[in-house]
Design a protein around this ligand. Sequence first.
Ligand SMILES: NC(=O)c1ccc[n+]([C@@H]2O[C@H](COP(=O)([O-])OP(=O)(O)OC[C@H]3O[C@@H](n4cnc5c(N)ncnc54)[C@H](O)[C@@H]3O)[C@@H](O)[C@H]2O)c1
Ligand SMILES: CC(C)CCC[C@@H](C)[C@H]1CC[C@H]2C3=C(CC[C@]12C)[C@@]1(C)CC[C@H](O)[C@@H](C(=O)O)[C@@H]1CC3
Length: 345
Amino acid sequence: MATRIRPSSKRCAVIGGSGFLGRHLVEKLVDRGYSVSVFDIRQSYELPGVSFHQGDLCDKQALLSALEDVSLVFHCASPAPASDDRLLFERVNIKGTQTVIQACIDAGVQKLVLTSSASVVFEGTDVKNGKEDLPYAKRPIDYYTQTKIEQEKLVLKACDQQKGFLTVAIRPHGIFGPRDPQLVPTLVDAARQGKMKFIIGDGTNLVDFTYVENVVHGHILAAECLRADSPICGKPYHITNDEPVRFWDFMSEILVGLGYAAPRFHLPYGLVYGIALLLWLLTWILRPFMSFKPTFTPMRVALAGTYHYYSCERAKEHLGYKPVVSLKEGIKRTVESYPQLRRGA
Ligand SMILES: NC(=O)c1ccc[n+]([C@@H]2O[C@H](COP(=O)([O-])OP(=O)(O)OC[C@H]3O[C@@H](n4cnc5c(N)ncnc54)[C@H](O)[C@@H]3O)[C@@H](O)[C@H]2O)c1
Ligand SMILES: CC(C)CCC[C@@H](C)[C@H]1CC[C@H]2C3=C(CC[C@]12C)[C@@]1(C)CC[C@H](O)[C@@H](C(=O)O)[C@@H]1CC3
């Protein structure tokens, strides 16, 4: 049974609060009576009750000014997975997270909630109803995943009930919703280039896509349940819609909802994965001379052609988590939120 504390009048901070998930989280926190301090390298909006601090999370002094009088920190900043920039991921996700932890400790922050990712256990092979006790990927499929693993380990290891610094990690999977700069825009871009005619594999693979408000709900529950005597200290939690869906059915619903044709023709998974790997190698070799971003990266092909859905039983049991928006409703709201991406717009 989840023990909850009332939202305090104290300030909380959202690192990465200008991003897709971060902004939805900030909006919900404000609704719930928190006063929020956003720390981000960019400011993308203004909101009453929210103060903005622009800076790089690798800069401890800059962080400290945003953490003044803050007891709860959400860390949901990361470079975009598509950047595929190893040095950037290492600097921000690993060294930057060490800086965030140290800044929290120095500022007297009591709780740190990290946005991790369910992909920390994904190696490109099927994961069916994966639980949190699955081992971290030994051969992570990209630099993003590799550094998300290190980041999660750092945050969970920093949990110290004696010293009163409590940490927890939320592992969402396939977040979607209004203002997402990644999933729907990439899909529509591929459709507009005529690249979404094909289904990779037999099209029966089940995966999790999680509506952004459910992810926000999981974060807030975790923050409010995090106490020195709680079983959630230092643990990771999957947060999903708890409705695994066929990858290609989900993509088709979004595409058709926006006026594009659903993919129809099947291509063998191994062939497409091999081509994506070759293309990735080629872009890596040519990187000093030219920049080229293939649509079908090995990570995207692996996600499109395998099973990857996760159990959120632990979150239900320890946090009292239950999705608040169904997949059907989430898809409807998402499609309606992108009039500019409709066919012919
Ligand atoms: N989108 C998904 O499907 C998904 C799924 C699982 C986990 N996650 C995790 O959720 C978090 C949020 O992802 P998102 O989809 O909202 O991404 P996003 O790119 O929209 O937001 C990330 C934010 O971090 C900020 N940021 C990046 N580098 C920074 C730095 N050095 N200093 C300060 N701020 C910096 C960016 O400016 C941006 O506003 C990330 O940690 C990501 O790994 C995302
Ligand atoms: C061109 C098509 C084959 C696919 C077009 C849609 C893709 C851009 C998305 C489908 C699944 C998405 C996804 C992520 C990014 C966008 C997709 C590949 C993540 C890798 C983003 C980072 C998260 O941590 C991952 C997670 O574990 O949730 C995402 C997994 C799904």
